[in-house]
Design a protein around this ligand. Sequence first.
Ligand SMILES: NC(=O)c1ccc[n+]([C@@H]2O[C@H](COP(=O)([O-])OP(=O)(O)OC[C@H]3O[C@@H](n4cnc5c(N)ncnc54)[C@H](OP(=O)(O)O)[C@@H]3O)[C@@H](O)[C@H]2O)c1
Length: 256
Amino acid sequence: MVTVLVAGGTGEAGRAVVAELAGRGHDVRVLSRRGGSPIAGAHPVAADLISGSGLADALAGVDVVVDTTDGKSRRARPVLTTGAANLIAAAGAAHVTRTVLLSIVNVDRGPLAYYRAKAEQEQRYRTAGLDTRIVRATQFHSFVPMLCAPAARVGLLPALTHTAFQPIDVRDVARGLADAADGRSPAPDIVGGPEILRMDDIVRQWKSATGVRGAVAPIRLPGALGRFWRAGENLVPGHRDGTITFAQWLAQQPRR
Ligand SMILES: NC(=O)c1ccc[n+]([C@@H]2O[C@H](COP(=O)([O-])OP(=O)(O)OC[C@H]3O[C@@H](n4cnc5c(N)ncnc54)[C@H](OP(=O)(O)O)[C@@H]3O)[C@@H](O)[C@H]2O)c1
């Protein structure tokens, strides 16, 4: 058993990582700004990666750090850059033996400012001089529903043409991150979902399983992101690591 701190352990991926690590018998600390823990056996710690407040105390006695933080809005995004730098510095000062970062497949080729921040986050871990494992995942099962949710509010379910995703369950991602945290060799550096599905198929499955209202609307996404996805840069066909399909995940979601 080692002490593992999961930064962002109250988030979507982080919660699954906390459960997986606790299930393997580790002593788990859950770091977030608001505090709290997704499971009873893990210890919540409140700290802010951007300001650095609470970080030194949070890391005292920690063996392994798993970074699953995220900043989806422009304002929150510095958690991926400044926040990562602060976490890495605090991990070094606390003599943490290993760090593990959750990242995204082909993030260094992604055309968005968000992808550039994630690529910078990876680079900060790679050059930190610590034993670091970076695990890149394909999009989570919740990704396409999250993408469609704003348009669904006005009755549209956008289905990007010639675009596919390889959605993965965060519990499958968590197993890869926990293997990396445990120092298993070879450690996974890529985890992909079990199936590659066209976006219109994902949207139709989501509509039929959840009862979300709206017309499925084929849309050609202009610009660099549209080209990135149409080129299949978000896919890893040789990595069908996930065990839980999109349909199985949908069946476990609360009905609207
Ligand atoms: N969504 C996908 O399809 C996908 C695919 C592959 C990889 N990823 C990667 O997976 C990671 C996790 O994403 P997610 O959707 O699971 O994240 P999420 O649900 O938004 O959770 C983010 C977590 O980070 C914490 N956090 C944010 N800012 C913080 C700060 N300044 N200090 C301390 N904690 C902070 C949040 O807690 P508080 O708000 O309480 O601080 C929360 O626990 C991201 O790095 C993302 O790039 C996502």
